[in-house]
Design a binder for this molecule. Structure first.
Ligand code: ATP
Length: 580
């Protein structure tokens, strides 16, 4: 690669191509700003058009080239922050077609399969851990971090473009907006832009929780900052970072910091990390001069608190106001196209519920679903989720054999408690499952994809402990017509810095007849059944209702408008943002 000795403001050498692109992005942003100020319309020059193309072209997600992440775990009451990082998982067969590998016979209860070795050229299909069976069309859909499927390409809306312009222009931005306005979508594009503006290794992608970090291929905010759980005094946290060459280097190397799901970070931690950044980078600027790209919706679930703990919303942090050049509230909802439903959701988001909205919601008592797929039940508490999933599994055809998969754990295994991947998962034919890792975006095998177990392979050697006579599960996903996939084990690791301290190998599946509201935040679901009379948390009713695309996909078993809770500080914050 040609390298010319030019440096960016973080003293890193830029390639000529990176430098030119960065300069053109800045020029475009300036030209647009000037055009806006003079009330005229910008007619882009060819080179500006190239920049527009970069920022508005759909993201081709290549989850396998991005670092993958590991989640320490979550529970209903607590989301455990974890270190996450790339994990080369065990070698797995390539993505192959039915005619090359497997022939199955579904006539009888059992499975008959013949397996040929895939030819070497087929192995170039890539490292997908699922083996396709069946002959249906290749999936053309792609999924975003939330496993939201898109069958057509999206282009940024004007307000989303404004965010991208600011990002190009090296401005620090806070992007908020109601559920489904494309915060995740625009964040993915912003990261893409940042990696052209700066050297990609200087762009740090983080999220408040391990699960959210997992979804965007990043690390946790805590892990980036190198402050452990951040309870010590700010001066001690600076010492902690300065004593570690690696942590210090990370701060010095960074040029841009992305933080997703900011609503789960509290004000005190945010101020402390700002202090650390200024001290370590010897700068008076916010976070030591990093460009910040921050997203989240404070009307959704708040920071997890232990009993007796009082955490303040991050927007009340002392440094918050000086952190951003632009605070942008996205208003165009993409998840739902039904204007009536969007209006109802907007009411509930702000803690209101008119008589008309209550009546309409209470009329959502029936639902139509694809054959064999039941609506996902959302529960406020995890105990109910586990009970429902176990009951449903037991009620499947008793003659269909169930197979239990025990994870293979290594290292400091107590650190794997509460991991996203279960220590043990039992499946049977007919079980409704959900993928918890991106296996192949092109095929729609993304985090959040739902399907049914339709069989098991013949017993084969595996790293997992599988109950006697059991093989790997074969799953038909909701979106994939008659295509079926063999699901193989994946790896989740717990890292301390760059060192792997614990690892779990397990199937990337969970039972999905039921999910907790916490787990579904950020997801799009086609059909949901839920009893919202037992919600207990701020924003919980809103998060649950806003997962579905339309009222046709919603069956409400219970609804109590008094359970719609919104924190008054959040209402005030958004009023101020709107200049009310
Ligand atoms: N400009 C756009 N054009 C078309 N579809 C879009 C656009 N922006 C986002 N979407 C789609 O809208 C859906 C919701 O987007 P996304 O998940 O990014 O919203 P969100 O604001 O992050 O939601 P939540 O707050 O619930 O996590 C996704 O399917 C996404 O692909």
């Amino acid at each position: 690669m040609d390298v010319i000795m030019l440096k960016d403001d973080q003293s890193r050498v830029l390639t000529e191509q990176q430098r030119n692109r960065a300069l053109r992005q800045r020029d475009l942003a300036l030209a647009r700003r000037q055009a806006r100020m003079s009330g005229s319309t910008l007619v882009p020059t060819p080179s500006q058009q190239e920049v527009i193309d970069i920022t508005s072209s759909p993201i081709r997600e290549s989850s396998k080239s991005k670092p993958e992440v590991i989640v320490l775990g979550e529970s209903d009451d607590e989301v455990i922050h974890s270190t996450v990082r790339a994990q080369p998982s065990i070698p797995a067969p390539p993505l192959v077609r039915k005619e090359d590998t497997l022939v199955r016979n579904l006539e009888s209860e059992g499975w008959r399969e013949t397996r040929k070795r895939p030819s070497p050229e087929k192995e170039s299909f890539g490292p997908c851990k699922a083996v396709k069976m069946g002959t249906a069309d290749e999936g053309t859909s792609s999924g975003n971090k939330n496993g939201n499927f898109e069958t057509k390409e999206a282009t940024p809306s004007p307000e989303q473009l404004r965010v991208l312009e600011a990002v190009c222009n090296r401005q620090s931005v806070f992007v908020t907006g109601s559920a489904g306005t494309g915060k995740s979508y625009i964040l993915e594009r912003a990261i893409q832009v940042l990696r052209t503006v700066y050297h990609p290794s200087a762009v740090y992608v983080t999220a408040s929780t391990g699960i959210a970090a997992c979804a965007i291929g990043g690390t946790t905010f805590h892990a980036f900052a190198g402050v452990g759980i951040g309870l010590s005094k700010k001066e001690q946290l600076v010492d902690m970072v300065m004593r570690s060459k690696e942590k210090k280097q990370r701060w010095l190397n960074a040029a841009a910091l992305v933080i997703d799901e900011i609503s789960m970070i509290d004000a005190e931690l945010f101020d402390k990390v700002d202090f650390v950044g200024r001290a370590v980078r010897r700068s008076k600027e916010r976070f030591g001069g990093l460009q910040l790209i921050v997203t989240g919706d404070f009307f959704q679930l708040p920071p997890v608190q232990k009993p007796g703990e009082t955490k303040s919303f991050v927007f009340s942090a002392k440094c918050w106001k000086e952190c951003f050049d632009l605070q942008m509230e996205l208003t165009q909802v993409f998840r739902q196209s039904d204007r009536e439903f969007v209006g109802m959701l907007n009411e509930i988001r702000r803690g209101e519920c008119s008589f008309a909205t209550e009546t309409r919601l209470k009329s959502c008592t029936s639902i139509s679903t694809a054959p064999g797929i039941e609506p996902t039940r959302l529960y406020p508490r995890r105990a109910d989720v586990d009970r429902e999933n176990e009951q449903k599994l037991r009620s499947l055809n008793p003659s269909s054999k169930s197979v239990t998969f025990s994870a293979k754990d290594s290292g400091r295994t107590q650190m794997l408690n509460g991991s996203r991947a279960e220590a043990e998962i039992t499946l049977a034919i007919g079980a409704q499952v959900m993928l918890i890792k991106n296996l192949g975006t092109e095929q729609g095998l993304v985090n959040g994809a739902r399907g049914i177990v339709v069989g098991f392979t013949a017993p084969e050697k595996s790293e997992l402990r599988i109950s006697p006579g059991g093989g790997l599960p074969v799953v038909r996903f909701n979106h994939s017509g008659s295509s079926e996939w063999i699901i193989r084990p994946e790896a989740w690791s717990v890292m301390e810095g760059e060192v792997e301290v614990a690892k779990r190998l397990q199937l990337p599946l969970i039972l999905a007849w039921a999910l907790s509201v916490h787990k579904c935040q950020g997801m799009t679901l086609d059909c949901v059944e839920t009893d919202l009379s037992r919600t207990f948390e701020y924003g919980m009713v809103y998060v649950a209702l806003s997962r579905v695309r339309s009222l046709h996909g919603l069956r409400l078993l219970g609804f109590d408008p008094l359970k719609i809770r919104v924190h008054p500080e959040v209402v005030t914050f958004y009023d101020q943002l709107k200049g009310r």
